[in-house]
Design a protein around this ligand. Structure first.
Ligand SMILES: [Ca+2]
Length: 487
């Protein structure tokens, strides 16, 4: 009787084990029998908020600790000259999703949603249509009605389109959790649920770090475990923090109403504030770096690291005291340059670990992701597939159009311009005030060359190019006037 009783149990356990083994083996065989070109890669797109290009060890910063990001950056393609076409969260994020300039995606403020048509042509939705599981965690940052229903996994830290998440949220049980920890947990949950599914996945994560918490004054709210990081270091002042560089800016710009100046006052206005707040900005990035480390570990544990592409980028840059400012928006390097690396172990050896000097833009991300997934990019995308660029299948861009219209002067004077690898031309469009810098020899943009007769040919050349690009990508005054009131 005992035997009879236990026999079916043994059989059923064996069966369960066999079925389990078979199903694992089936997935494994299905994937292994395919060539890399047939297997869709998993894609993880990590976006930090306001991380400037050089706030990364791999890009030459000797103070900040970003060991995990460095590891990926050094094993992947590390772009040396990555810019955003508009340096503000909502517009840049819409460009990342759509691969389009502001004038085409029409997101000029924080409250406008992408239309259903525009949404259908964003990289996540196109990947979903191609059979991907879709995940999102963090600050979506475009409009007040983020498209959570299109996703298989959604963790929203901005309370459904509020605009900016709070760094610290109190859970139902009264415990407090930092945004970076929330997103670290979300990544682990997503990978547990979708990491080894039959379908590939695309996970986009948008950290709040290292954006300041808005308020009067704004603050950087760090995870307490990082409070002693950098405490024995003195952060050197940047070259253009000297008062003369703020003083040489035009009168219309040099007001206390200018957001860049008023935030500087509250965050960097004294040497003590400067030390503490730059360190806090670095501490927030180190917090993200730890999340990246845990994510890499998880991908290894799940055995999917070799088929998972990791893209890391900042949504716009940040002045840390340069030209007497804190913030972004304007056309100077610290504001418009961001970090970017693409870790893709399946790329050809020749470009896999390339230090790419070419100009890369936020509008390139969507077409690049789609190309790596073997999904055709819609015609309306204006960016380029960066992998094809590095493989010399596409010509390198010589310049790009920069534009920033939100709010306008005196709070955020409007600016447009042309950026090349060597020179930069900016026009403050409300005043028609021009600036031109030889960024190759004057990387801190200290010497405005517009009145220098030696550079008149270059100035005229860039003025002509500016007019051409403005026709293609400029936004009409009637449109930006409307955005004035819409936060
Ligand atoms: Ca931002």
């Amino acid at each position: 009787m005992k035997r009879l009783k236990t026999f079916p149990l043994i059989i059923s356990l064996d069966l369960i084990i066999l079925i389990t083994l078979f199903s694992f083996a089936k997935t494994d065989i299905e994937r292994k029998n395919k060539t890399p070109a047939e297997t869709k890669p998993n894609i993880i797109f990590l976006l930090t908020d306001d991380q400037r290009w050089d706030a990364l060890g791999a890009l030459g910063n000797t103070i900040i600790k970003t060991p995990n990001m460095n590891k990926l950056a050094n094993a992947g393609i590390l772009f040396q000259n990555t810019y955003v076409t508009t340096s503000i969260c909502c517009v840049s994020r819409a460009s990342l999703l759509t691969g389009q300039y502001e004038s085409r995606h029409n997101i000029h403020d924080f409250s406008t949603d992408l239309s259903p048509d525009a949404l259908a042509k964003t990289y996540p939705v196109l990947l979903k249509n191609a059979g991907y599981n879709l995940g999102f965690a963090g600050k979506f940052g475009v409009g007040h009605h983020p498209p959570s229903s299109l996703y298989d996994f959604w963790v929203d830290t901005e309370a459904g389109g509020k605009g900016q998440p709070d760094y610290v949220i109190t859970g139902e049980d009264g415990s407090k959790i930092h945004d970076t920890d929330t997103l670290g947990n979300a990544i682990q949950s997503f990978l547990n649920e979708f990491g080894n599914d039959d379908k590939p996945f695309c996970l986009s994560v948008s950290f709040k770090a290292p954006h300041e918490q808005d308020g009067h004054p704004p603050k950087y709210i760090i995870q307490p475990k990082y409070k002693d990081y950098y405490k024995d270091v003195t952060i050197p002042y940047p070259v253009t923090a000297a008062a003369k560089y703020w003083d040489q800016l035009p009168d219309f710009f040099r007001t206390d109403t200018n957001f860049g100046r008023s935030r500087w006052e509250g965050l960097f206005g004294t040497p003590e504030l400067y030390q503490e707040n730059v360190k806090n900005y670095y501490r927030l990035i180190t917090g993200v770096d730890d999340v990246v480390g845990k994510m890499i570990k998880k991908l290894d544990e799940l055995g999917i690291a070799k088929n998972t592409i990791i893209i890391f980028m900042g949504d716009n840059g940040m002045f840390l005291g340069e030209h007497g400012m804190e913030g972004k928006w304007y056309g100077y390097e610290e504001s418009i340059r961001v970090p970017l690396f693409i870790y893709n172990p399946n790329l050809p050896e020749k470009i896999k670990q390339y230090r790419a000097p070419q100009i890369a833009l936020n509008i390139d991300i969507a077409p690049t992701i789609l190309a790596m997934a073997g999904v055709p990019a819609p015609k309306g995308m204006q960016g380029m597939d960066l992998i094809s660029l590095l493989e010399n299948k596409l010509p390198e861009r010589k310049d790009f159009f920069y534009q920033h219209y939100f709010l306008g002067g005196p709070r955020i004077p409007r600016v447009e311009g042309v950026v090349t690898r060597d020179f930069k031309y900016m026009n403050w469009i409300e005043q028609n005030y021009e600036e031109m810098y030889d960024v190759k020899h004057d990387p801190h943009e200290t010497d405005n060359l517009t009145a220098n007769p030696k550079f008149i040919t270059k100035l005229n050349e860039l003025r002509t190019r500016y007019k051409e690009l403005k026709k293609l990508h400029g936004v009409q005054q009637a449109i930006w006037d409307k955005s004035k009131t819409k936060f």
